[in-house]
Design a protein around this ligand. Structure first.
Ligand SMILES: [Zn+2]
Length: 451
C-alpha cells in the first residue's frame, strides 16, 4: 500500500512537473512570437498618429471604431461586431485662465478645464483666489469666506507611495468634488492642482462630477503653476479670470468594438480589453491606446501560434471609459441579459509600461490558483499578484460574480502624463508594450487551459 501510494505520488509529481514544463515552453513561445513579430507597436502608431485623441462622441472616436473593427479582423477574429451604447458628449472649446496682482497686469496660466465641467459660456468670470491645502482646511471655511471667491485646492499628489495609483486614488476626490464643494459655499469656480506625479507645468484633465444643479466650472493647473500661485498668495491678493466654452452637449449613439475567436470546447467567454476612447488632449497613447493594441495582440498570438483555445477568447474595446463608463456598463448589462457565461475578464488600462504583475479581484480559491502559477511568470519579470482591484470597465462584470483582473505595469511614469497633451506615442516603448501583451496572452492561455 505504502509503495503504491509512493508510486502514485511520484506519478502525480511527474505529471505536475511535466505540465509546468509544457506551460513554460508555451510561455516562451508566446513571448518570442510577440517580441519578434508583434504588431501592437505599429498599430499604436496608426491609432495615435492617424486618428489621435478620441473622446467619446467625437468624430475621431468614430474613426477609431472603424479602425479597431478592421484590426480585429486582420488579427484573425472569427466574429467582429459593434455594441451600441449611448455616450455623453462633452466639448472643450476655447478656454483661458489669467491672474493678476493688485495693480499688476493679467498673466495667462497653462490650464485645462476638467472633463464634464461646465464653462463660463464664453464670458469672463473673475474673483479673488483663496487657497486651501486639504479638504479639512476647506471644511473649516464659512460660506461668507467663500462667497464670490475662486477656490484653489492645492493638494499635492503624494510622492510617498511606491505604487503611484495609490497617490492618484488619494488625490482623486479633489478633481471629482472641487466644483460642487465650491458652489455649495457660493464660490464662482474652482482651480485644482493637477493629479500629477511630475514637477512640471503640464495640466491634467480628467472627469469630475456635479453633486447637484449648481454647475460651476472646475479647471486644473500644473504643479509648478500651483507652486508659484501658492508663493504669490503668501504676500498678496490675486484675482483670477476664467473664460471657457466647455460643457455637456447631450448624448450620442456610439459603439464598443468586440471581436472573438470561438472556443473549441465550449462557448464560455474569457475577456481581454481596454478602452478605445481617450481624453481630448495628447494622443491617448498610454491611456489607453496601449491597452487596445495589447488586447488585439493576444487574439493574434493565439491564431499565429495555432493554440487551440478551449473557450471563446473575446477582445472588448470599451467605449466611454473616461467620462461615463457607459461602454463597460452596457457590456455588463448585455452579458446579464443574454445569460452569457464568462469565466474571466482582464483589462489593461494602466499604461503600456513594463508589466510587473496582475491584480486579481476574485474569490480566494481562484486567486490562490493563479498565484500558484507565479513561477511561470517570474522569468518575464512579472511577480506581483497581491493587488485585489480590476479595471473600471469590468466592475459591472465583477458585480455579476465574474472573476476580474487588471494588468499591473510599472507605475512610476504613468501619472506624469496621464490625461495630458504629453500622453503621446513617443512616450511608449516598443518592448515594454509588447511584454505587456505577452503577459496578457500567458495568463489567458493558463485560464483557458485550466478553468
Ligand atoms: Zn484609461
Amino acid at each position: 500500500m505504502k509503495k503504491i501510494l509512493g508510486t502514485t505520488l511520484t506519478l502525480l509529481g511527474l505529471t505536475v512537473f511535466g505540465q509546468a514544463k509544457e506551460d513554460s515552453i508555451q510561455f516562451a513561445k508566446i513571448s518570442t512570437e510577440i517580441l519578434n513579430k508583434g504588431k501592437a507597436y505599429n498599430e499604436l502608431r496608426e491609432l495615435t498618429k492617424n486618428i489621435g485623441h478620441r473622446l467619446s462622441g467625437s468624430a475621431s472616436y468614430e474613426k477609431a471604431v472603424t479602425w479597431a473593427e478592421q484590426k480585429l479582423r486582420d488579427a484573425g477574429a472569427d466574429k467582429v461586431w459593434l455594441q451600441e451604447v449611448m455616450v455623453p458628449v462633452w466639448v472643450r472649446g476655447k478656454e483661458s485662465l489669467q491672474i493678476k496682482t493688485s495693480g499688476g497686469k493679467w498673466k495667462s496660466l497653462k490650464m485645462l478645464s476638467l472633463g464634464n465641467s461646465e464653462g463660463t459660456g464664453g464670458k469672463d468670470v473673475s474673483g479673488e483666489i483663496i487657497m486651501v491645502r486639504s479638504m479639512e482646511e476647506y471644511d473649516k471655511l464659512s460660506p461668507e469666506q467663500v462667497k464670490d471667491k475662486i477656490v484653489f485646492f492645492n493638494y499635492p499628489f503624494s510622492q510617498t507611495y511606491i505604487e503611484t495609483f495609490r497617490g492618484y486614488g488619494d488625490a482623486a476626490k479633489y478633481r471629482s468634488t472641487a466644483a460642487s464643494l465650491t458652489a455649495k459655499k457660493g464660490g464662482k469656480f474652482a482651480i485644482i492642482r493637477s493629479l500629477s506625479s511630475a514637477f512640471d507645468d503640464v495640466p491634467h484633465t480628467g472627469s469630475m462630477r456635479y453633486q447637484d444643479d449648481k454647475k460651476i466650472p472646475a479647471v486644473a493647473v500644473g504643479s509648478t503653476t500651483a507652486d508659484e500661485l501658492a508663493e504669490l498668495l503668501k504676500s498678496q491678493k490675486i484675482t483670477a479670470k476664467l473664460n471657457s466654452n466647455c460643457g455637456m452637449k447631450g448624448e450620442k449613439l456610439s459603439h464598443s468594438v468586440i471581436g472573438e475567436i470561438t472556443g473549441k470546447k465550449d462557448k464560455s467567454v474569457i475577456v481581454v480589453g481596454g478602452h478605445l476612447d481617450s481624453w481630448d488632449v495628447g494622443e491617448g497613447a498610454h491611456d489607453d491606446g496601449s491597452g487596445i493594441v495589447q488586447s488585439i495582440e493576444v487574439l493574434r498570438t493565439f491564431k499565429n501560434l495555432g493554440i487551440q483555445n478551449n473557450h471563446t477568447i473575446r477582445v472588448v474595446c470599451f467605449a466611454n471609459e473616461e467620462n461615463g463608463v457607459k461602454g463597460g456598463v452596457m457590456y455588463g448589462k448585455t452579458v446579464k441579459e443574454n445569460n452569457e457565461k464568462h469565466l474571466f475578464a482582464i483589462e489593461t488600462d494602466a499604461g503600456g509600461f513594463t508589466p510587473r504583475g496582475i491584480s486579481l479581484e476574485m474569490d480566494n480559491e481562484k486567486r490562490k490558483q493563479i498565484q500558484s502559477w507565479a513561477d511561470l511568470f517570474l522569468p518575464y519579470g512579472v511577480y506581483d499578484f497581491k493587488n485585489t482591484y480590476s479595471g473600471t470597465d469590468l466592475y459591472p462584470l465583477h458585480d455579476l460574480g465574474i472573476p476580474t483582473a487588471e494588468l499591473v505595469p510599472d507605475s512610476q511614469r504613468y501619472f506624469d502624463i496621464h490625461h495630458t497633451e504629453e500622453d503621446t506615442f513617443e512616450k511608449v516603448n516598443r518592448r515594454e508594450l509588447l511584454l505587456g501583451a505577452s503577459t496578457l496572452t500567458q495568463i489567458i492561455y493558463m485560464i483557458d487551459k485550466n478553468w
